[in-house]
Design a protein around this ligand. Sequence first.
Ligand code: NAD
Length: 274
Amino acid sequence: MMMSPAHADAVARARGLVSSARRVVVLTGAGISTDSGIPDFRGPQGVWTRNPEAERLSTLQAYLADGDVRRQAWQARLASPAWSATPNAGHRALVDLERGGNLDVLVTQNIDGLHQLAGNDPARVVEIHGTMREIVCMSCGDRGPAGPTLDRVRNGEEDPACLRCGGILKSATISFGQSLVEADLERAEEAARHCDLLLAAGTSLGVYPAAGLVPLAVAHGAALIVANAEPTPFDRIADAVVRDPLSQALPAMVGGDTAASPPPSGTSGPAPPS
Ligand code: NAD
């Protein structure tokens, strides 16, 4: 798909910012994975936009108090398109960015694990809202891969209990009403304070404390790119706002795909992946 001149300008400006930055922090949200077939929550086709009731499944208090909510949540986990999803060109562009040597930390609000599947170094990825690929006991903290528990659900256990203590099991994600892992938040904030560019991609920037990384980075002198299909509360302080689908926009910004938009003269992208 061709970009309009205004869009190509925004991409070119973002590309210039990326190529001149030395220490980049990327904050991704559900929008980077929609082109892999995983719906976001708040976009026009989002899970909550279409069914506001679904938000309850992600609320810790309701999950702990109500067996019905847990049964629905287990069925929703089983049916998640994320299990068969593969990374798209947007995820791969962030691997290019890392290989170019300028990616400091990739903070993702996503729970799908696609950044690591694409090839980003897990040591650079902070999953600030946890991961759906593991299950944790809310009583004893026992934690393990999701597969065996999902098999129990497939085999008829509607609300499987912890095999160690009988407690309530949940995917190792951060639900509404649940605290973030302190060390993850500290690492993300430390990175935001020291980066020279923050690239927010595919996030409505409405969920705190993750969204707070944006004003934090800007207050410490970082440039800001917002790449998101819809407006965000931080567009007005951004140095570039890119609206194009991320699977096109990120390769064009990072250097993997120059077809959509030529780089501004005098700039070059990081090295392509080997
Ligand atoms: P969000 O649903 O609030 O916002 C996503 C934004 O991405 C929207 O503004 C939408 O317009 C934009 N978008 C969608 N597709 C796009 C595309 N192809 N190109 C450009 N922009 C696009 O998502 P959020 O800010 O991440 O917050 C929702 C919470 O839901 C997160 O905390 C996350 O944990 C969770 N979540 C995760 C996944 C996942 O892991 N893939 C999916 C849904 C929700």
